[in-house]
Write a protein that binds this ligand. Structure first.
Ligand SMILES: [Fe+2]
Length: 167
């Protein structure tokens, strides 16, 4: 995969994640839990391989730029996004939904958004990488896509970090 193709696909994935989150805010606002559930499923499928190659190749490669502390922050953002996706899934599945629950769902979706823009911004640093490092990130992207584990399944089976619980 050429460097330009990686940047294009990396950005396209973030655009799709952003749009799914925007659409979820709208569907929760319309009390449409069926649509919210379908959007969450698509998010699960899309972010599984995306988070995986980021954690297995992109983030480790960025330690030389940012140092360990900021990379840990990015990993914690992923921990939180996974926990929030699980929370949304259980809230969508719950029988009764009060007005406060809808506000909670919308705020939970919103709380994932800053990581999308933070993550997209990493590409400006990746531009400075040697082709070999970008090639290894692309290889990891292709492997994660081939394994095709959705986010929750990956976090429960193949992810190195322990799941975080939130309420
Ligand atoms: Fe990302």
């Amino acid at each position: 995969m050429k460097k330009e193709i990686f940047f294009k696909e990396f950005r396209e994935e973030h655009r799709e994640i952003r749009d799914l989150l925007f659409d979820m805010i709208t569907s929760f606002g319309a009390h449409d839990f069926e649509k919210s559930g379908a959007l969450l499923e698509r998010l699960d499928v899309l972010t599984g391989p995306h988070f995986r190659y980021e954690e297995e190749a992109l983030y480790p490669a960025l330690i030389q730029v940012y140092g360990e502390q900021y990379i840990n922050k990015l990993l914690t953002d992923h921990d939180l996004a996974i926990a929030r996706a699980k929370k949304l899934s259980s809230m969508i599945g719950a029988a009764s939904k009060e007005k406060d629950d809808i506000t909670d769902c919308i705020n939970t979706v919103r709380s994932i958004l800053p990581h999308v823009s933070d993550c997209e911004g990493l590409s400006i640093m990746v531009e400075k990488f040697d082709d070999g490092i970008v090639d290894s990130i692309c290889k990891s992207m292709e492997e994660a896509r081939a394994a095709n584990l959705p986010l929750i399944k990956w976090s429960e089976t193949a992810r190195a970090r322990k799941p975080l619980q939130i309420t």
